[in-house]
Design a protein around this ligand. Sequence first.
Ligand SMILES: C[S@@+](CC[C@H](N)C(=O)[O-])C[C@H]1O[C@@H](n2cnc3c(N)ncnc32)[C@H](O)[C@@H]1O
Length: 212
Amino acid sequence: MSSADEDGLQPGYDALAELYAATFPSPFSNTLQRHVIEAFVDHVRGSGVPGTVLDVGCGPGGVTAELAAAGLDVIGADPSTEMVRIARSSHPRLRFVLDDARLRSPELDDIDIAAIVARFSLIHVLPESVPGILHGWATRMRPGGVVLIAGQTTDAGEVVEFDHRVAPAWRWHPDRMAAALADAGFDEEWRTVKRADDSHRFAEFHLLAIRR
Ligand SMILES: C[S@@+](CC[C@H](N)C(=O)[O-])C[C@H]1O[C@@H](n2cnc3c(N)ncnc32)[C@H](O)[C@@H]1O
């Protein structure tokens, strides 16, 4: 079970979706975030794994659009009906599905998943539910498939809830996320950690892993 409700919907983001999209017209709030997505694209291309990239918790679809512009076949998925509405209207040529990280939508049943990016979306999943979600992804992906996860970090190797303004959220130390990924069948390839700054209260990690 995720922190989205029983139907997988995300009412917190529904209420603030317009504001979110207006506040973050670009999905990248620093240069590193853009470089990480560029590196992810290179990994997906280099993997040779056929299929579609899923942008899990895609929000208004900015990263989905960047991946499409880079030539990847991509679908954005988000449990917020408002986020999906905004993503569809901002990027009418791209495909967006109402779904959460559990990927239960029948629309995704027949999709071969080449790679998954989950930027600042798994932070909203109850920590005890994350291992099951990662296992679910692993069963849908072939060896060589790429996963990129981003979230706020903690200093020690822990997972702690924090006062996110929109929805319940947890900070993960990247070691903990790497361990959860390893248990699910993904080997860490690399990670980045960007320190906190004036506009980011917490350090942020990106972690790229490969389906073994
Ligand atoms: C901070 S926004 C990030 C949006 C986008 N990934 C980006 O990086 O710009 C978090 C997004 O996660 C979505 N979300 C919340 N709970 C989720 C869940 N259980 N599974 C997948 N996405 C979720 C929200 O609806 C929201 O659009």
